[in-house]
Design a protein around this ligand. Structure first.
Ligand code: ADP
Ligand code: MG
Ligand code: MG
Length: 350
């Protein structure tokens, strides 16, 4: 019997277009003798639209003409086969990034509907999306990190000067200011003086009521993929070489002028050390399914964990699938493994 797989893609986030690219690639890669795919498209306005069931691959998700379809409510769109009458799916794959997709909200909806899904659960998704919570968890686990502090908007509004002074005393320059709950480098500034610091606070608070400020390091950026549930496996490390000052939104998605080196060239023993840390990060945040763990490595070979991403970029040209390809797991097989991990986690909970 074929696995009925619902692909949930698009979404309200800034990464809407990236999600379309991912959906297209996943549909092309899946073996249609094993899977029956039902695409559910979430518009930029947040409307859910069901497309026709796919019996053959499509070249472009846009040709599916979701616009013609009636809008459905999320609950109608996503009902699990065994438990509910009139239901449709064995598993849902939320191919969504950022707020509303990667942050535990869609995952919570799927939990309430009792539908198995691919990837991280509610807790790991939301903890991984909030950079302050994530860093506090890493700190408790003893993972090395750069110094950081955080502010909420109302505290800053009450006494801006105090916030700047505290940041200068505790973190100093250069520093990075980031909205707590975003990805794709949106709202992030590098600051080297008071003027930039003030502008950086203003900018980051446009996107979130909470921000994190970190000590800036000059470092290589090394990333590893982790997959599995209770017994996670870790990929080889890869390096991102950004041509810009830092790996900002434009170099991630617009210019594409960053280079990936897989496997990364690292000093003796460091790959194993990073793999151990990536696994610790995965388990610390109680992840399941998949995570990309991102590190900084300085020229003195100091390692700092930067972040984990609970739904990393997932086109065939993204770091995460390429890391796995270089570890012996090609794209189609990776997707099948993730589906299997999702079903196993669901069954494990019953
Ligand atoms: P996002 O979740 O948006 O990817 P990151 O925390 O990974 O946010 O920051 C985006 C990029 O900014 C990083 O890939 C890196 O290039 C740069 N960066 C972030 N924090 C630091 C830091 N503390 N020191 C140096 N560079 C940083
Ligand atoms: Mg991120
Ligand atoms: Mg990042």
């Amino acid at each position: 019997m074929k696995t009925k797989l619902c692909l949930l893609f698009g979404g309200k986030s800034a990464e809407h277009e990236v999600s379309l690219q991912t959906a297209k690639a996943v549909i092309k890669a899946l073996d249609l003798t094993k899977f029956e795919i039902d695409p559910v498209f979430i518009t930029k306005e947040g409307e859910w639209r069901k497309g026709p069931s796919l019996s053959s691959p499509v070249e472009d998700v846009k040709q599916l003409q979701f616009g013609e379809q009636a809008e459905v409510s999320p609950a109608e769109g996503l009902t699990h086969v065994p438990s509910a009458p009139g239901a449709t799916y064995d598993i849902v794959f939320p191919l969504l990034h950022g707020p509303n997709g990667e942050d535990g909200t869609v995952q919570g909806l799927l939990e309430v509907l009792n539908v198995p899904y691919v990837g991280n659960g509610v807790l790991a998704s939301s903890a991984g999306m909030d950079k302050v919570i994530m860093k506090n968890l890493f700190r408790d686990a003893g993972l090395p990190q750069v110094n950081y502090t955080s502010f909420i908007r109302s505290a800053w509004e009450q006494d801006r000067e105090a916030a700047y002074v505290k940041t200068e005393e505790e973190i100093g320059y250069p520093c990075f200011i980031k909205p707590a709950n975003l990805g794709s480098s949106v709202g992030i500034s590098k600051c080297t003086n008071r003027k930039e610091l003030e502008a950086g606070f203003e900018e980051a608070f446009l996107f979130d009521r909470k921000i994190v400020i970190e000590q800036g390091v000059k470092a290589r950026e090394i990333e590893l993929g982790v997959i599995g549930n209770d017994f996670p496996e870790v990929s080889v490390p890869g390096e991102i070489v950004a041509k810009k000052d830092f790996y900002d939104y434009k170099s991630k998605y617009v210019d594409g002028d960053s280079v990936m080196i897989i496997p990364a060239e690292l000093p003796e023993g460091m790959a194993e050390e990073l793999q151990q840390m990536a696994k610790t990060a995965f388990q610390t945040v109680d992840c399941s399914g998949l995570v990309r763990a991102d590190f900084f490595v300085t020229d003195k070979n100091e390692i700092f964990i930067n972040e984990i991403n609970t739904m990393p970029g997932f086109t065939p040209y993204s770091m995460f699938p390429l890391l796995w390809e270089n570890t012996g797991v090609p794209y189609a097989e990776l997707i099948e493994k993730l589906v299997q991990f999702g079903i196993e986690r669901y069954e494990d909970k019953q």
